[in-house]
Design a protein around this ligand. Sequence first.
Ligand code: 13P
Length: 255
Amino acid sequence: MDKSKRKVVIAGNWKMNMTPSEAEAAVRETAELVEGKNGCDVILCVPFVDIDAAIKAAKGTNVKIGAQNVHFEAKGAYTGEISAAMLLECGVEYVIIGHSERRQYFGETDETVNKRTIAALNAGLKVILCLGEVLEQRQSGITSEIVAMQTKLDLAGVTAEQMKNVIIAYEPVWAIGTGLTATPEQADEVCGIIRKTIADLYSNDTADSTVIQYGGSMNDGNAAELLSKVNVDGGLIGGASLVPAKFSKIVDAAQ
Ligand code: 13P
């Protein structure tokens, strides 16, 4: 596997944290701390209502702004939902789709994740597609089957050309917000299984150039070792992304 074909991407997922004024301050502080650190792409995925403030604060810096979900329909009677066109007009470049919290608490399935992914890509957004096994699946020894199946179902109908705009985030559900991190070897192994699935679906070339992140209790203490693995091309960071000083240290580890 040729890691040099891929750029490292460090993304923060703020989840349901930060008011617009807090977001503005946190984006500014993060941008100052990561200034000139161009060895990786830096993205902050913020709540919808923070997008405007975050984009203004990130202007002219190397921090890019993403959203945390998008609906699959273009418009209509879908109370509470946000379309890809709305995000694009606000200046959003990336969107997280299929986060395990959406799957666990809000009824997202591989089918709706796939529909959102297709709609986002067709509209011109870049997608951070999240998948990963729950604890019982890991304990039953079916992690590789689960992530391969999720990869296939979630990417159904996505073209090889569109894969240039897809980042996969491998997030073992048991490691999210728990302080339990996958070992670098576990993260590398499963990111490798996802990469092999992409090779089967598309080509070795597409697999070699797809960015696959690890997410789940990544922090400034464990990032360097996780990122040193050949199949781990970055991180999707929850808790530690809320503290600019911690998040910037993860960016440092990716240089
Ligand atoms: P934590 O880094 O808080 O474990 O969250 C990971 C995550 O869910 C990122 O999307």
